[in-house]
Write a protein that binds this ligand. Structure first.
Ligand code: BGP
Length: 479
């Protein structure tokens, strides 16, 4: 067979798709839900960052308020996923449905009931739930009153929220992810990331880097405490970190570029080191000293981190990057400044470089460093799709997936590495996280809504739907 990859994957391999609550649920203020960071972000567009408002404006254009109305449509959407043949589904719990302000004593029962029903429905549809606890949306109240993750108190609020949901759903949900793309904060000059990932608002530029490391430290301690709690609640639960994986290649064979790319990888992935190895890397502790960065890593913190490493590493992969900065004697990496185009790679309409080999490279790199089993929880192609006569022809998406899945299979079969699932972003079209657009589409299912929420909301199967259906049916043998 022409499309036969020739690779045989394990029978229990998880084939799914992945989304995040704030990008599709809508229903932003119903059943007692509080306001989250995502609820105060206006739409941006390609190369125009999303603006953050302080409170909800009456007529603001907040795409996350409506999402694709998944809050009310998930049963029908799961019917489509079942037809596709998926056996797993990743979504997040909106913290603000459970603790609307983040610091209440008691959880909001209506929010808990909503996820009870959604998780039951997933299981009825044959979908193994993979749940993210925090996907870019902490309660706005915690940002305003406590300063977000820069405040150690937020650790307790998060652990309480996590324990509440893991206790409630632990009989049905085995796989838990703590913080989505925790390392996206490396772009510490990018206020969008700082706010979404760590709730750092009003962050003076000269303090941004120190606050980023401080907030990250609190998240890392919280993540370890949640891992500990999960194992105490039910020893069968497994907790993973979630890393945004972009291999950073040297632009040339100039040793200075090689050194820079190594430092870029060390900088971007130290969060993985702490999660998987239980300690900060030596170079970074030295860097803190040199830069006078004081984040108060206590002896108790060190013990918690060391004793509660993650059970697995989950990661997103969209593209690789290329770095060159031979005039930077300290090799300080700044992802906003140091990147260049890779002449060997094509780009998406949003300038994301398409590099299927990079995902195999990344899986090998992570295994060599962290020695934890892995799962791909995001990979996909954002594109303009056209609905014509009820059909969407998306050969570019099929092409992207074909090459990336093949590369994941090579990592599993040829390199022998433990990757236990593949969950492309986003199964169904949803709101883009970085731009707030609807027109940047990732799904196998098209949703008839535009950037302003206009349209029928009707779902249509794209050509990639039948293609992915066959991939799953043949367990990745036919691509
Ligand atoms: C990741 C996020 C997702 C998602 C995806 C695609 O960074 O974890 O939430 O949206 O990227 O990005 P975008 O929606 O900006 O195209």
């Amino acid at each position: 067979m022409q499309n036969d990859s020739g690779y045989k994957l394990p029978d229990d391999f998880l084939w799914g798709s992945a989304v995040a609550a704030h990008q599709l649920e809508g229903a932003w203020n119903v059943d007692g839900k509080g306001v989250s960071i995502a609820d105060v972000m206006l739409a941006g567009e390609n190369h125009v960052a999303r603006q953050v408002t302080d409170t909800v404006l009456p007529d603001g254009n907040y795409p996350n308020h409506r999402g694709i109305d998944f809050y009310h449509t998930y049963t029908q959407d799961f019917d489509l996923f079942k037809e596709l043949g998926m056996n797993a589904f990743r979504t997040s719990i909106a913290w603000t449905r459970i603790f609307p302000n983040g610091d209440e004593d008691e959880p909001n029962e209506a929010g808990l009931v909503f996820y009870d029903q959604m998780i039951d429905s997933m299981i009825e549809h044959g979908l193994e739930p993979v749940i993210t606890l925090s996907h870019f949306e902490m309660p706005l109240h915690l940002v305003k009153e406590y300063g977000g993750w820069r405040n150690r108190k937020v650790i307790d609020f998060f652990v309480k929220y996590a324990k509440t949901v893991m206790t409630r759903y632990g009989d049905r949900v085995k796989y838990w992810l703590t913080f989505n793309e925790i390392n996206n904060q490396t772009s510490w000059m990018n206020p969008h990331h700082l706010l979404q990932d760590s709730g750092l608002k009003d962050c003076p530029e000269e303090q941004a880097q120190e606050l980023m490391y401080l907030a990250s430290h609190h998240e890392l301690v919280a993540s370890a405490l949640v891992t500990k709690a999960a194992h105490e609640i039910n020893s069968a639960l497994e907790v993973g970190c979630m890393i945004a994986m972009n291999p950073v290649y040297p632009a040339t064979s100039n040793p200075k570029d090689i050194m820079m790319s190594q430092r870029a990888m060390q900088t971007r992935y130290y969060w993985g080191d702490v999660h998987a190895l239980g300690e900060y890397p030596t170079w970074l502790l030295k860097y803190f000293e040199q830069k006078n960065i004081n984040i108060d890593i206590t002896e108790a913190d060190k013990k918690i981190l060391k004793e509660n490493t993650v059970d697995f590493v989950s990661f997103s992969y969209y593209m690789s990057w290329t770095v060159s900065d031979p005039e930077n004697p300290l090799y300080e990496y700044d992802e906003e400044k140091n990147h260049g185009d890779n002449p060997f790679l094509a780009q998406s309409d949003w300038g994301w470089q398409i590099d299927p080999v990079g995902i195999r490279y990344a899986i090998n790199w992570m295994w060599d460093r962290w020695h934890k089993k892995m799962i791909v929880v995001e990979n996909g192609f954002g594109a303009f799709d056209k609905l014509e006569d009820g059909m969407i022809h998306d050969p570019y998406r099929i092409d992207y997936f074909k090459n990336h899945i093949k590369s994941v299979e090579e990592a599993i079969v040829l390199d022998g590495l433990p990757v236990f699932g593949y969950m492309p972003w986003s199964g169904i079209d949803i709101i883009s996280a970085s731009t707030g657009e609807m027109k940047k589409r990732y799904g196998f299912v098209y949703v008839d809504l535009d950037d302003f929420g206009k349209g029928s909301g009707k779902r249509y199967k794209k050509d990639s739907f039948a293609w992915y259906q066959n991939v799953i049916k043949t367990n990745g043998t036919e691509l």
